[in-house]
Design a protein around this ligand. Structure first.
Ligand SMILES: Cc1cc2nc3c(=O)[nH]c(=O)nc-3n(C[C@H](O)[C@H](O)[C@H](O)COP(=O)(O)O)c2cc1C
Length: 206
């Protein structure tokens, strides 16, 4: 008999899990097809994001999914934001154009927000960490669905105007964008690169 609130211990193929995690890559816009990603796949990605760990069950993630003609509109708004908040001497026309164009280069642009829960005992850092875990779930699901994408914090990501654009409060954080697309080349995929082996990052205190 399975006790209430329990399920039989789930089993996985560790080889598959290793492959999924170790082949998760950031794939940039030059690797994107212009075919739209199916809505059901986007929903699957967001459903898995929702299973990120969360201290105090605050579930602080919030996503705004930008697709279709909203991509162009958001690109324009982002570029305008850059112009409005950049001193003339620093303004670069090429960057302005790139910000306007970028969202149209993917199928779905998913704005990643952290909405601070109402539990003051949970530090902001932990709320942000929880949303980062949600993004990792998005990355992994993207690959498992045969799609590509990456997390970007470019442009005006950390400017208060971006927070305001998404209606975020003072304690909330705007955390960037997950760009999602179908791959242009479904035969080849980027090789992963790490500067050193995982062993170099680990101390064993025994
Ligand atoms: C918080 C965060 C922000 C990132 N922002 C950008 C970005 O603005 N531009 C970019 O090219 N890549 C960005 N990346 C993706 C990294 O470039 C990428 O993760 C790194 O090159 C390692 O490659 P991999 O993800 O394929 O393992 C970001 C990654 C993280 C975790």
């Amino acid at each position: 008999m399975t006790p209430p609130n329990k399920i039989p211990f789930p089993q996985f193929d560790i080889q598959d899990v290793n492959r999924l995690i170790q082949h998760r890559r950031s794939v940039f816009t030059r690797g994107y097809s212009d075919q739209p990603v199916d809505r059901a796949d986007v929903e699957q990605i967001l459903a898995n994001a929702h299973w990120a760990p969360t201290h105090g069950r605050t579930e602080p993630w919030h996503f705004v999914v930008i697709s279709g003609s909203a991509r162009e509109a958001f690109g324009k708004a982002h570029a305008k934001m850059y112009k409005r908040h950049t001193p003339e001497a620093d303004f670069k026309e090429a960057k302005y154009q790139k910000l306007a164009r970028r969202p149209t280069e993917c199928s779905h642009l998913i704005a990643v927000c952290m909405k601070r829960g109402n539990n003051p005992r949970i530090p902001v850092l932990e709320e942000t960490n929880s949303v980062a875990c949600a993004v990792q779930n998005m990355y992994l699901t993207t690959l498992a669905l045969g799609l590509v994408g990456y997390w970007t914090t470019g442009g005006m990501t950390y400017h208060p105007a971006m927070k305001a654009h998404f209606g975020l409060g003072e304690e909330d954080q705007f955390m960037g964008f997950f760009m999602l697309a179908k791959p242009k080349d479904s035969e080849f995929y980027p090789k992963g690169l790490r500067k050193e082996g995982w062993e170099e990052k680990v101390e064993w205190w025994e």
